[in-house]
Design a protein. Sequence first.
Length: 156
Amino acid sequence: NVTLDPDTANPHLILSEDRRSVRWDETPQNLPNNPQRFDTYCSVLGYEGFTVGRHYWEVQLGSRGFWAVGVARDSAWRKGWINLDPSQGIWAVGICGDRFQAFTSFETVQPLNGRPRTIRVSLDYEKGHVAFFDADNETLAFAFPPTSFNGEKILP
């Protein structure tokens, strides 16, 4: 289970009381603009990160709108417009309009059967693997090329 970090949440994101789910709201909350907080991009990070081991978790998704899910280096930039791609320390996939895509330095549209309801995120820290699965039908949605995390904490 991933616990979300309220200090990183964009003001338009409302966390549940148990900090395990999030929803977007049109009206931003009045929150302090601390260095950890995403101020422009509607993102939130997990509270606990990883520097070793193999981990996976599942994310239940809404049936409408845009969403993205992934992992980020602890040092990933959080202010202003950011690029969701590995060169910026972010490995993510999501829905843009009616297209499922991996967020890479170039547009990577991935074919999927329908809109996924649950995405499984898989992280193997030592091997530098980040992969995403459609958990409903157990199929690989996208795997990023292996990388080195260089000892840095990786956050859901």
